[in-house]
Design a protein around this ligand. Structure first.
Ligand SMILES: Nc1ncnc2c1ncn2[C@@H]1O[C@H](COP(=O)(O)OP(=O)(O)OP(=O)(O)O)[C@@H](O)[C@H]1O
Ligand code: SF4
Ligand SMILES: [Mg+2]
Length: 341
């Protein structure tokens, strides 16, 4: 298989090495199928206990980035680059399944959008929570693991945790199943919890409670959080920093406060405008980003956003270099600023 193409130019943010207070470092992470790049040069650092949002339209590469961190890419997709996690003495990219089985659910865990596909339908949920602790040896025997599982189900505020532990997944509601997934994710106090649209499939009233539980869970354990969502309001309430992805690339990153109030990248500006339900264009229509996200391998060369970008010039046929401004950064030849509104 052809390697995923990764250019030598600095088109993504730089990543620092794994230091004492660091939970995870991704460095030039790429994912591809054959010679089609799907994720390119994604680099970021997650501080211990830090909460980082990952946003971008559908098809931006958010889930593939998460799956690459977990070593769970679908068959045929290949990752290159480097991913280091606190407490693990090897790179997660290209680690054998035997090694990854020791890391997954222990040092890095994930909550998916649809818990029904992640839970075993034939196993009582208490046993599924207990299993992840027995697997990693964080409980000495089955009896104590079962007791710890009920305790965990209580800590995610499932009503009647002992009864829930005896239930099969189909006997629980969607919101309850998602709490079980969170209990499994947090069972071994991971350095990093990855949540991919964890509340999208839930009723609005259940969503807010689930977000509180996620926040409480990571805060109690000092776990770092990588939170993927389409909902910028959720990022603003849950996360400290944000990564904006488009076309498989990180196009902007910085504190939520700066990026959401004073974005530099035209794509981020577009996302913010499109998320504002009161924002109308000159003809009174709701604003959206013009055009649609190209399919895999169909993004333009140079700047991946240039076929949709209102500021594009001939210069944009060349990939924009990564610009660092203090603790934020972006890749665009013609950044927007506060004066652009
Ligand atoms: N197994 C696969 N084989 C080939 N292409 C894939 C595969 N999985 C995903 N892709 C493509 O990779 C790109 C990124 O997909 P990804 O699922 O990471 O997007 P996303 O940002 O999570 O989108 P969404 O917001 O819809 O979940 C998309 O163009 C998608 O079609
Ligand atoms: S590099 Fe050019 S096309 Fe890309 S976002 Fe910036 S202005 Fe737009
Ligand atoms: Mg996704």
């Amino acid at each position: 298989m052809t390697d995923v193409v990764s250019s030598n130019r600095a088109v993504g943010p730089p990543a620092a090495g794994l230091r004492g207070s660091t939970a995870l470092v991704a460095d030039r992470l790429c994912v591809g199928v054959g010679n089609v790049p799907l994720v390119s040069d994604v680099s970021f650092r997650l501080g211990a206990g830090e909460r980082l949002g990952l946003i971008g339209e559908s098809g931006s590469g958010k889930s593939l980035t998460a799956l690459a961190l977990m070593g769970l890419l679908p068959d045929g997709l290949r990752a290159t680059g480097s991913v280091r996690v606190a407490g693990v003495d090897h790179d997660l990219v290209d680690a054998s399944e035997r090694k990854m089985a020791k890391v997954r659910g222990r040092s890095i865990a994930m909550v998916f959008q649809e818990p029904m596909t992640a839970l075993n339908p034939l196993m009582r949920v208490g046993n599924q929570v207990a299993e992840v602790m027995l697997l990693h040896g964080t409980q000495p025997d089955r009896r104590s693991a079962r007791a710890a599982a009920v305790d965990l189900l209580e800590r995610v505020h499932l009503p009647d945790p002992a009864g829930a532990a005896r239930a099969y997944p189909h006997q629980l509601s969607g919101g309850q199943r998602q709490r079980v997934m969170l209990a499994i994710g947090l069972a071994n106090d991971p350095a990093v919890l990855v949540c991919d649209e964890p509340t999208t499939a839930l009723d609005v009233t259940v969503q807010a409670r689930m977000l509180e539980l996620i926040l409480e869970g990571v805060t109690d354990r000092g776990s770092a959080l990588l939170f993927i969502t389409h909902d910028l309001g959720v990022v603003a309430s849950v996360c400290e920093r944000v990564l904006v992805m488009y076309g498989g690339r990180v196009v902007e990153t910085g504190s939520v406060a700066k990026v959401f109030t004073d974005p530099r990248h035209p794509y981020t500006r577009g996302l913010l405008d499109a998320s504002d339900l009161d924002a109308l264009d000159a003809s009174g229509r709701l604003r959206t980003i013009a055009g649609t996200v190209p399919g895999p391998g169909r993004f333009p060369s140079g700047c991946v956003f240039r076929n949709r970008c209102p500021r594009a010039t001939d210069e944009c046929a060349t990939s924009p270099e990564w610009v660092t401004e203090g603790d934020r950064g972006y890749a665009s030849w013609h950044p927007v600023g506060a004066e652009d509104g």
